[in-house]
Design a protein around this ligand. Structure first.
Ligand code: PEP
Length: 257
């Protein structure tokens, strides 16, 4: 994590409507302010449902709240006859900085292949969004191939044709750890995150590898975040369940305290 600003990202999934989102973001902002959290020491990003983005963007802007905004997915296409899809152009117009791509729930429930993830990565970059590329092995993969083979392979495909100066984030999320309460150990996370950084080095070069944040995700809580953040190749966390509880998420953001 040396010289890389940690990123703590909250993936709300299909939770919080736009009114609940306002209350949540305000409360999170005040909780961090009261705790005298030093803005800038950690980058905080929230990933609300699409229907909340406009409202959250307006609130962040009006109250000068320095949380980054991201979408949970985007279309591989830019516009046209794709009913129900959301273009990266639309996300960029709402000041989204990030977009999650290839979350295991998209891979599992929407049949997103590595090729779809690669096309969506290109779509994000076309519109100036930093893709948060999610990779990770299922428990069956873990048994058959060990921890790193599947995520390494997924990232290799996603980074095909990505420019060396592209702004990307990688999230290592073992599927068995997501929402299970059974997080990886910091050692396990470090081992795979280091291998993923090596993939970035191989595909995009040493500068990109030194600059790119590699996050761990999977049952991160206030009680285990510090252990992950002590690892040299873990630069933050992608948080699901605990990102919906203000005090928990604020404590994760304040992992150094
Ligand atoms: C996620 O879905 O990205 C995630 C990490 O979920 P949780 O924190 O709930 O395990």
């Amino acid at each position: 994590a040396v010289n890389r600003t940690p990123l703590i990202a909250g993936n709300w999934k299909m939770n919080l409507d736009h009114l609940q989102a306002v209350a949540f973001v305000q409360k999170l902002h005040w909780t961090l302010k009261e705790a005298k959290h030093e803005a800038g020491s950690v980058e905080v990003a929230v990933f609300p449902p699409f229907t909340d983005l406009r409202t959250v963007q307006t609130l962040l802007d009006a109250d000068k709240i320095d949380f980054a905004l991201g979408g949970q997915d985007l279309s591989a296409h830019d516009s046209g006859a794709y009913t129900g899809e959301i273009s990266g152009q639309f996300l960029a117009k709402l000041d989204a900085k990030y977009v999650i791509i290839g979350h295991s729930e998209r891979r599992q429930f929407h049949n997103e292949t590595d090729e779809v993830v690669a096309a969506k990565t290109q779509a994000a970059l076309r519109h100036g969004l930093a893709p948060v590329i999610c990779v990770g092995e299922t428990s069956e993969d873990l048994e058959k191939f060990g921890a790193s083979a599947v995520p390494v392979g997924q990232l290799e495909v996603a980074l095909e044709g990505v420019a060396a100066d592209a702004d990307i984030v990688v999230a290592y999320e073992p599927v068995w750890a997501i929402g299970s309460g059974q997080a990886a150990t910091p050692d396990q996370a470090q081992e795979v995150c280091a291998k993923l950084r090596a993939v970035v080095a191989d595909k995009l070069g040493a500068d990109a590898a030194a600059r790119t944040r590699v996050l761990y995700g999977g049952s991160v809580k206030s009680g285990n975040i510090a252990g992950f953040m002590r690892e040299p190749d873990v630069d933050g966390a992608l948080v699901g369940g605990a990102s919906l509880v203000v005090d928990e998420f604020a404590a994760i953001v304040r992992f150094q305290k």
